[in-house]
Design a protein around this ligand. Structure first.
Ligand code: NDP
Length: 222
């Protein structure tokens, strides 16, 4: 039975990823930081793991808890948007630290732990990035801090991809999705986004290692 690891599966895109892999017959290891979310994941036959991606001890413990696992698909989904400021408004240090910690530093801690488990299965490792990460396709500075954090996340993913030839690592833009973060005006529903992410990951070839892709499978400009 193939194994999926979904990091940040309490709600939104992460929860739907866990549900769709489960429905497709996969064994799903799903992380959340709150007790009630762990219980909810267990009730749908996922294997819950408590993980706050900003807690160093949680991140360090992840490798021990998953020691020896072969992970076919690992997806680092947990992320925050931060303050919704307009234009070139500098974030305060507290917001900067919180967004960069969750979206970037956590990836630098977690991806090196998860990569060997994915390599065990010659599997796929994805970070959930954003179209807002793209510098070459950028047309306005809205979401300045979030954009910078997702661009940095893409850089982290690229370096992880360069360190392996036993796994396929990609940065994945999920589209603009109706979730707590994406809001009600978003373009697509969470089930459409996640179906596209799963299909795109399933179709990856070794030559795709290090790519930045939309949920439709189309490549983004960095
Ligand atoms: P939501 O705000 O609905 O969900 C965010 C998820 O991240 C929750 O599961 C949340 O857990 C988790 N999370 C946040 N901080 C932490 C933490 N410190 N430790 C563990 N988990 C954490 O957002 P979406 O589902 O929309 O977004 C999922 C990903 O997709 C994010 O990385 C986001 O940046 C990205 N994305 C979303 C887009 C959209 O349009 N929705 C567009 C482009 C990218 P908890 O419930 O405990 O807070």
């Amino acid at each position: 039975m193939p194994v999926a690891l979904i990091i940040g599966a309490s709600r939104g895109i992460g929860r739907e990823l866990a549900m769709q892999y489960k429905a497709a017959g996969w064994r799903v290891i799903a992380t959340a930081r709150k007790e009630e979310d762990l219980a909810s994941l267990k009730s749908v036959d996922c294997e819950p793991l408590q993980l706050d991606v900003t807690k160093l001890s949680d991140c360090a413990g992840l490798g021990e808890r998953l020691d020896g696992e072969k992970i076919d698909v690992a997806i680092l989904n947990a992320g925050v948007f931060g303050p919704r400021t307009e234009g070139l408004t500098a974030p305060d240090l507290q917001h900067f630290d919180a967004v960069m910690h969750t979206n970037v530093l956590s990836a630098m801690r977690i991806l090196p732990i998860v990569l060997p488990l994915v390599e065990n299965a010659h599997g796929r490792l994805a970070v959930i990035s954003s179209s807002m990460a793209s510098i070459s396709e950028r047309s306005n500075p809205a979401g300045w801090l979030y954009r910078a954090s997702k661009t940095a996340l893409n850089s982290v993913l690229k370096d992880v991809s360069l360190s392996t030839d036993k796994a396929i690592c990609v940065a994945m833009d999920p589209g603009w999705v109706k979730t707590d973060m994406g809001g009600d005006s978003a373009e697509i529903t969470v089930d459409v986004s996640v179906a596209g992410i799963r299909q795109t990951l399933a179709a990856l070839k070794p030559a795709d290692n290090g790519k930045y892709l939309q949920y439709t499978g189309t490549e983004h400009g960095w």
